[in-house]
Design a protein around this ligand. Sequence first.
Ligand code: AMP
Length: 414
Amino acid sequence: MTFKDLQLNPSLLKAINDQNYIHPTAIQKKAIPLVLNQFDVLASAQTGTGKTAAFALPIIHHLVKERGGNKIKALIVTPTRELAIQIGENFTDFSKYTTIRNTVIFGGVKQGSQTNKLAKGTEVLIATPGRLLDLIEQGFISLKDVAYFVLDEADRMLDMGFIHDIRKLLNLLPKERQSLFFSATLPKNIINLSSQILKQPKKISVNPLSSTAETIKQYIYYTNKSNKKDLLLHILKDEKINQLLLFSRTKHGADKIVRNLRKKNIQASAIHGNKTQSQRQKALQLFKDSQIRILVATDIAARGIDIEKLSYVLNYDIPNESETYVHRIGRCGRAGEEGVAISISEPEENGYIKIIEKLIQKDIEVILNHPFPQTDKPMNTKEKKEFEKQKLKRKQEFFANRNKKKKDARKKFK
Ligand code: AMP
């Protein structure tokens, strides 16, 4: 099957050709005809399956046919700024031979340039929920002409606590519209939400979340917590690893990893929620341009970012939710390219590996021969409780200390 068989507008076919897409991916084959035929769609698809084009192409096709106008006719709501920017780039690429314009809005930056762009008129609006509601309240945006509504990464949206924003938004959308709902996973709360948005939807699914792409080779190193830093340096001796996306559970951990790598003259940068939007964009661009070898990211910051031909992903810690593992390693080996996913497990995380293997229904290949084997034992329940207690105590002391310092400083200032 080719894109021509999908009966898309010739200007879209030309743009698709420029992107060097030859065959539609599975989600595109399933979704595009349904969207063209005006059905609501409930799609379960992982990132990396080509889902952006699966909704962007038929929406642009409809808009071209309806001759655009400068009202917002298509609204795409997505959880993160990175994803919003990327979807915007895709719309720009696909609509380059049409007059359809798109605008991307997200929080964390001044609104001026966004509202200026909105004032010029746009047919497609790509937005994160908070900024969208904010600009609606300020009167910069009206949703009354929206005919196509896409809720992207719905599961992540709920994880990030956007449910109230989405409910508010639904009340502002015209009842007559076509809605598309994309989510990597479809647990009960997601199905419930989808039923409030979609009308007699067609359900489609590709690569259920439990499946990791066949093209991704997965390896695991078992080591001790204290050796992770050195093991990482050992792994990085392999010069084949020229571009690595490294996942860290915490922002603090991400910064620490970057500091350690830089000490060894390995170029690395971090992206996470404490970084400004421009810092995040800069780090991502440097990484895409191969100016830095390692991008260290937290899960939320990395969600949805698309790095063409990324071959290596490393889990510096093992996620306690096995779906997160699938999302993480799905950053590499995209659209059929080969990828390698490496994980480093400390004793406390060994149990998570077992759960992940159950979900993906395969054993991850263990690298036995390395200089930092795991010798520590996982803690038993009693030890774990004590450890958590001490950790909490340390945290409380830290905050008490910090508050006291702040108070003292304020007193001095007065
Ligand atoms: P997405 O899941 O939308 O983030 O897409 C993942 C990656 O696959 C992006 O780099 C797209 O440019 C690429 N892609 C999407 N559709 C196709 C296609 N039909 N052929 C080749 N690459 C594609």
